[in-house]
Design a protein around this ligand. Structure first.
Ligand code: ZN
Length: 199
């Protein structure tokens, strides 16, 4: 997401019943599944699920074959940028504001100059947008991991004797969840313990 605002909340969570279900379903829309992104979604979901599992967060993303019942619909929009966006539908207001549905949008043909970006860049963009789909807004962007706010891709230079490829695949940020992102994911997704379990 390109828009940066510190006035906005860092978190807009899903309703409790969805968080309790432990999963978010992603429906790849027709334009998305037939695009260069189609095969990336499985890899992005698998990569993020592994990161969440490693951190003991009870959330699994699943690809769905029906829009009905899916919290997230993935779409492409014409463009060559390196930013996706998540369009929110909200329910409630103020402290009670919750996500109602999400459209995850990525540019049809992301490019660096005249070169189509490589799969590692697309994977980064998708995993980043999926993290937005947990309920993290632009205000929660990090500086050091896959949820970095400003994606800087270096191409053509040399690092450790290797030339960075023109498709950006040599310089994407690591597919990791840093401390800040992890904290915000927990804030967005984890529910307080049930009252019955409280002392
Ligand atoms: Zn973002």
């Amino acid at each position: 997401m390109a828009d940066e605002s510190t006035a906005k909340p860092e978190i807009i969570p899903w309703p409790d019943r969805i968080r309790r279900s432990g999963e978010l379903k992603v429906f790849p829309g027709p334009g998305f599944s037939g695009s260069v992104w189609g095969t990336d979604l499985d890899r992005a979901i698998a990569a993020l699920n592994q990161l969440l599992k490693d951190k003991c967060i009870a959330l699994v993303f699943r690809k769905s074959d029906a829009e009905a019942g899916s919290q997230i619909t993935a779409e492409t929009i014409p463009g060559t940028g390196l930013h996706g966006s998540a369009v929110l539908s909200l329910v409630g207001s103020g402290d009670r504001e919750r996500l109602g549905a999400l459209k995850l949008r990525v540019p049809t043909t992301p490019r660096i100059g005249s070169v189509d970006v490589g799969p590692p860049v697309r994977l980064h963009i998708l995993v980043h947008e999926l993290i937005h789909c947990i309920g993290l807004t632009n205000a929660a962007h990090s500086q050091d991991d896959v949820f970095i706010g400003k994606l800087v891709i270096a191409v053509g230079g040399t690092v450790n004797g290797k030339t960075l490829p023109p498709d950006g695949s040599g310089s994407v940020p690591p597919l990791t969840l840093g401390a800040k992102t992890l904290t915000n994911i927990k804030r967005a997704w984890e529910l307080p313990p049930p009252a019955a379990a409280a002392r």
